[in-house]
Every structure is written in structure tokens, then in C-alpha cells.
Design a protein around this ligand. Structure first.
Ligand code: GRF
Length: 212
């Protein structure tokens, strides 16, 4: 199910899910503050109370929750219990669009099925190249000349959902993983907020444009 059309008067209620430093989250909040947007970040959620990026939510007066994964008998049970709590927090806060920004957990098909069309991710490569957790390392090992980032809708696969937008950067022969990551983050911080806003403005025509 796609979200409704957001507008300046009635922006889409967005939750941003993070695991780490949250530089992407910061760019989303900053863009929101700079103009009339069709989305509003109403919830920041992370899978740990320690995630440094939580500070961006807190310092901007956004409801911010660190949800540490519970320690249950089995790993699977812990994962499912955590995901159920995440889902409940999203529903309780009337979230309409879920934005993954460096969220390092694999979501179950049941969660994805519920939020499909309302679940975006950014991946630090030009998908379908270099999916998975080691995109920069894989690009360097492959001696790629270009890399970049991809904003996509999340489906049940790993970094495999429909692509909404991409930005390219050059890869230099002398690059370390950190060099490449930093260069890609710069374009991520420009692209992701813009695409979130465009998608929020009119999800149906955004998707229509992709398939035509
Ligand atoms: C970004 O490069 C994003 O593409 C990837 O994880 C990184 C998150 O960085 N999925 P940050 O926590 O937003 O700084």
C-alpha cells in the first residue's frame, strides 16, 4: 500500500530508523527545516540505546527511542520480539513512511510486507552492484571506476527493491574504504532528503514515472 500524498499543510509522518552515527538522519532533519516539505520526521528509532545518532533526534525535539534488542532464549525470538516492538512504536506514533538510514538489521518478510510501499532505504552503491553490508570494500576489490548511492523501496530481498534514484561519485585508485564512504555520504546527504520529499509529495506518480 502506498502512503497518501503529503503536503506542507499535512506532511507525511516519517520515522527514521538508524543504528550508528546518524549523519543521514541529520541531513533529513536539516532539509526539513529549510523549506516547505511534504514530510515531517516525527520519530527517530534505533536498535540500540547507545547509537550516537540518537542525539540528532533529541536535539531537534523529535520523539527519539533507543530500542535495544531483548535477550531471549533464541536469536530468532529476540529478533522477532524486537521487530514487533519497532512495529508497535511506528503504529502508535501514526507513522506513514519508514525511512531506513543506516539501520543495520535485516527486516523479516512479515514486517516488510506490512510496510511495503511505505519503506525506503539508502544503500551506498549503485545497485544492483555491491548489495549487502560491504559495499565500499566490494567496489574497491572490483576496481570500480564509479560508485555512488541508491535510494530504493524495500522488498523482501537484500537491497533488491525498486530503485527510486541514484547519485554517482568517482572512485580513485588510492581510495580507502573510509575515503569512498565519506565521498558517497556527501551525495547521500543531498539525494536522500530530496527523494523522501518528492516521494512524499506524490508516491503514486513517482512510481508511475519509474515504470514508464
Ligand atoms: C550510509 O552510508 C548508508 O548508505 C548506509 O549506512 C550509512 C549510514 O551512515 N546504509 P550514518 O549512520 O547515517 O552516518
Amino acid at each position: 500500500m502506498l502512503p497518501r500524498r503529503g503536503s506542507v499543510d499535512a506532511p507525511l509522518r516519517v520515522a527514521v530508523l538508524i543504528s550508528g552515527g546518524g549523519s543521514g538522519l541529520a541531513s533529513i532533519i536539516k532539509y526539513e527545516g529549510k523549506g516547505n516539505r511534504a514530510y515531517k520526521t516525527v520519530l527517530v528509532l534505533s536498535d540500540s540505546e547507545e547509537a550516537p545518532g540518537l542525539r540528532h533526534g533529541l536535539s531537534n525535539g523529535i520523539k527519539t527511542i533507543g530500542l535495544t534488542v531483548p535477550r531471549l532464549e533464541g536469536k530468532k525470538e529476540s529478533r522477532l520480539a524486537h521487530e514487533r516492538t519497532v512495529h508497535s512504536r511506528l503504529v502508535e506514533n501514526h507513522v506513514e513512511l519508514v525511512v531506513l538510514a543506516g539501520y543495520m538489521r535485516i527486516l523479516t518478510p512479515s514486517f516488510v510486507g506490512h510496510w511495503k510501499g511505505r519503506l525506503l532505504n539508502i544503500h551506498p552503491s549503485l545497485l544492483p552492484k555491491y548489495p549487502g553490508a560491504h559495499a565500499h570494500r566490494d567496489a574497491l576489490l572490483d576496481q570500480a571506476k564509479v560508485s555512488g548511492c541508491t535510494v530504493h523501496l524495500v522488498d523482501e530481498g537484500v537491497d533488491s527493491g525498486p530503485i527510486l534514484a541514484q547519485s554517482e561519485v568517482p572512485v580513485h585508485r588510492s581510495d580507502s574504504v573510509d575515503d569512498l564512504q565519506n565521498r558517497i555520504k556527501l551525495v547521500e546527504h543531498d539525494l536522500y532528503p530530496r527523494i523522501i520529499d518528492e516521494y512524499s509529495t506524490d508516491p503514486k506518480s513517482f512510481i508511475h514515472r519509474l515504470v514508464n
